[in-house]
Design a protein. Structure first.
Length: 144
């Protein structure tokens, strides 16, 4: 087994905290106005001000965070699904050399197809082509 800088529990805790704390941080960072029942909160750009001076998260806690969390629309789910299906098809259909991964503790050696850069360029060309010919408006991703 490879040596790590930290113990496995520290590595697991840091990975879990990154996954759990980064999305709320990005959601709270921009200035926004939030209406919660009868109170109007103006959240500033400073994270410390969000927690201390605005009082929003102190008063509402996790429920307040859930209330301001953006929920994906049906169009957003369709975009996510289509993108995932497109990338899966590229992974299967694009050519690439066979690459073997490291041996796992159980003795398995995964096999990969090295076609990531080709998939990136095909994705970029498809995205720009759909925008250029007016088939897909990139602003819809931001809007939903």
């Amino acid at each position: 087994m490879a040596e790590t800088v930290h113990s496995p529990i520290v590595t697991f805790a840091s990975m879990l905290s990154l996954l759990a704390l980064c999305p709320p941080f990005v959601i709270l960072l921009p200035a926004r106005t939030i209406r919660d029942t009868d109170t109007l909160y103006e959240l500033p750009c400073s994270l410390s001000e969000i927690f201390h001076s605005s009082g929003f998260l102190w008063e509402n806690g996790v429920k307040g965070l859930i209330n301001i969390w953006p929920r994906p629309t049906a169009i957003a789910w369709k975009i996510i699904f289509c993108y995932g299906a497109f990338e899966a098809a590229l992974q299967l259909l694009l050519p690439g050399k066979r690459v073997e991964g490291p041996v796992s503790p159980t003795g398995n050696r995964p096999v990969y197809k090295d076609n990531g850069m080709a998939a990136y360029f095909v994705t970029l060309a498809t995205y720009l082509g759909l925008w250029w010919f007016g088939i897909f408006n990139p602003a819809i991703v931001y809007d939903h």
